[in-house]
Design a binder for this molecule. Structure first.
Ligand code: FEO
Length: 187
């Protein structure tokens, strides 16, 4: 979702909540026994749940099929997906720029740490596709670094590109290239 769409949807949500609040106050003027304000209160209570459900659809979820059969690597992958979701939440709720940048930096640093750990494990298990895999990792770091540099220049536009790239790259990589070394990790 682009920054503009996000702003529009937040505006619509705010207007909807405000309208409901006004209608509830007006509804009570009809009398406390009138059902209208009570129905509107229920609607108002349900809105945050519906909103959270819609937001949750944008989160990336861990699936058992992503497992590479190595506890530490699976934990790293789960942590990375969690960090992407954290970034998604920060972007959606338009947390301050410093906080978004810190979250982004933490994610990149952990990704680099994970790549290095994973490469060591692949090396220890004599995985023949190690060089190719290392190249993919290096390309990913280059691409994300480029996005982050662009983000620092244009903070409204690029964060969506960064999020989309991280989500699709990580899922495709975990579910694709990382699965190739799985048979080599068996003791
Ligand atoms: Fe889990 Fe190749 O990154």
């Amino acid at each position: 979702m682009s920054a503009t769409s996000r702003n529009v949807s937040m505006l619509i949500l705010s207007v909807l909540i405000l309208t409901l609040l006004v209608m509830i106050v007006l509804g009570f003027m009809l009398g406390f026994s009138h059902p209208l304000p009570w129905v509107l209160i229920v609607v108002l209570t349900v809105i945050p749940f519906i909103h959270d459900k819609i937001i949750a659809k944008r989160f990336v979820e861990w699936k058992d099929a992503y497992s590479v059969g190595h506890k530490d690597i699976d934990l790293d992958h789960k942590k990375l997906l969690g960090m992407i979701n954290h970034l998604q939440t920060a972007v959606h709720y338009q947390t301050d720029e410093d906080s978004i940048e810190n979250t982004l930096n933490e994610l990149i640093e952990y990704t680099k740490y994970h790549f290095s750990r994973e490469e060591k494990i692949m090396q220890d298990h004599n995985y023949p596709g190690l060089d190719e895999h290392k190249q993919e990792h290096a390309q990913m770091v280059d691409q994300v670094t480029k996005f982050i540099d662009e983000y620092r220049v244009d903070k409204t536009r690029t964060i969506d590109n960064v999020l989309q790239f991280l989500k699709s790259w990580l899922i495709n990589h975990i579910n694709g290239s990382d699965q190739k070394y799985r048979p080599y990790l068996k003791p």
